[in-house]
Design a protein around this ligand. Structure first.
Ligand SMILES: Cc1cc2nc3c(=O)[nH]c(=O)nc-3n(C[C@H](O)[C@H](O)[C@H](O)COP(=O)(O)OP(=O)(O)OC[C@H]3O[C@@H](n4cnc5c(N)ncnc54)[C@H](O)[C@@H]3O)c2cc1C
Length: 388
């Protein structure tokens, strides 16, 4: 089978890449290889989209019909038991919302439907990349059932355990935070009214995102030993522990859904390109979800890639891929540092750390310019320090 571009992985980033490239180049044929069977994904993640990502997805009509988006109008960041706290408000940043909360599965499903409606995208379900052969003018992917797809560019969007990254021997560094993220939906005795909370507790950070119908999406980070216990907590015990750790700022926690646990690692490829190949999204950088930036960063990968390929006839041209790699560096550095700072600085209660971090939160609250920079970074917008 021949294609112009072959995309490994039809998750959020792979599907978005297919759609963006197919719309930009109606004459290009694009093949997506995805192991998942047809039908809605089982992904339970609720993700926060930064304001800039929302704008981009709305422009592509990917978010339009969704009544289930919940805007984030305020963010409250605090350290349980200490004075330091900071608030960010959409109104102070002159935006309607700092971001919106959406279920990842709905977004994937909608992208998948849009890809199916696009004549120049061919979607291969139940197939996984197993081998890659590079030639001067082409790259050929062989799937587990021996189907061969030959293209001029291979985009590896196959997630954090990317087979494309390993087959191409692209170097990566990884850092195990020895933490496990637990996600669940809570029902509360009141609506969060557009407030999102990030609270640093002795159990690790707890994030609550607003959802419709007096619900909240919970991301609770445990260390590995605590997570072994937490996996066995029954609903009542879990709710009690969560309420105790978070406090009552978001009201009373009434019920909790089934929990899903993710081991948390930072993995970052130190090189994202190879001959006629590029890795993007989680295949290139898998972040801790504490700052809610993973997909937002992936979306900017897709936009940059589409940008460098815009006026080309050969999408695998080395100059374009090399320009892509260069253009992404600064954004990666900014977001990875922000995430790493939050994970390392805020995930413990050592007195030596609580003082500086509370000062940092107080500083954030009182120094308008710093707060605005922080808000812009989390909203995926340009900061004074450099381009996103
Ligand atoms: C708990 C949690 C909360 C998060 N919250 C946020 C948030 O609030 N905001 C945010 O921006 N981000 C968030 N993220 C990160 C976000 O979910 C990821 O950045 C995003 O899903 C990455 O998308 P992706 O398409 O790169 O990778 P994935 O979603 O992992 O998709 C990879 C795809 O590749 C396919 N694949 C696997 N192997 C192969 C193969 N051999 N061949 C072909 N295809 C293959 C898989 O089936 C899958 O469909 C969160 C993550 C977690 C874990």
């Amino acid at each position: 089978m021949d294609a112009k571009v072959v995309i490994a992985g039809g998750g959020l980033v792979g599907a978005l890449t297919a759609l963006m490239l197919a719309e930009q180049h109606p004459d290009w044929s694009i093949v997506v290889i995805e192991p998942r069977a047809e039908g809605p994904p089982a992904d339970q993640r609720i993700i926060a989209l930064a304001a800039a990502s929302v704008k981009r997805l709305q422009k592509m009509n990917v978010l339009d019909e969704y009544s289930w988006q919940t805007p984030i109008e305020h963010i409250h960041i605090s350290d349980r038991g200490y004075l330091g706290a900071a608030e960010l408000h959409a109104a102070s940043e002159n935006v309607e919302a700092l971001g919106v909360v959406v279920p990842a599965a709905k977004l994937v499903e909608n992208l998948y439907r849009r890809c199916h409606a696009q004549a120049n995208i061919q979607w291969l379900n139940n197939q996984r990349v197993q081998n890659i052969q590079q030639a001067q003018d082409s790259v050929t992917v062989t799937t587990a059932d021996s189907t061969q797809v030959k293209g001029q560019l291979l985009v590896g969007a196959d997630g954090q355990n990317s087979i494309v990254r390993s087959l191409l021997n692209l170097p990566s560094v990884s850092e195990d935070y020895n933490q496990v993220g637990c996600i669940a939906t809570l029902s509360l005795d009141r609506s969060l009214d557009g407030w999102a909370y990030e609270r640093f507790t002795e159990y690790g950070p707890i994030a609550l995102l607003p959802m419709p119908n007096q619900q909240a999406s919970l991301v609770w980070t445990f260390n590995e030993a605590q997570s072994v216990d937490a996996k066995n907590w029954h609903d009542d015990y879990f709710l009690q522990a969560c309420q105790q750790a978070f406090g009552y700022r978001a009201g009373l926690m009434k019920t909790v859904s089934q929990r899903v646990f993710y081991p948390l690692k930072l993995r970052r490829a130190t090189r994202n390109i190879h001959h006629r190949s590029v890795i993007i999204g989680n295949a290139s950088h898998a972040l801790h979800p504490i700052a809610g930036q993973g997909f937002n960063l992936g979306l900017r990968d897709v936009e940059t890639l589409a940008g460098v390929l815009k006026n080309l006839t050969d999408p695998g041209a080395f100059k374009a891929l090399s320009s892509y790699q260069q253009q992404r560096e600064q954004d990666y550095r900014a977001i990875i540092s922000l995430t790493d700072l939050l994970v390392r600085g805020f995930s413990n209660h050592y007195p030596v750390m609580t003082v500086p971090r509370n000062m940092a939160l107080l500083g954030l609250q009182h120094i308008g310019a710093v707060k605005s920079q922080f808000a812009r970074l989390t909203m995926g917008m340009k900061t004074a320090g450099g381009p996103l």
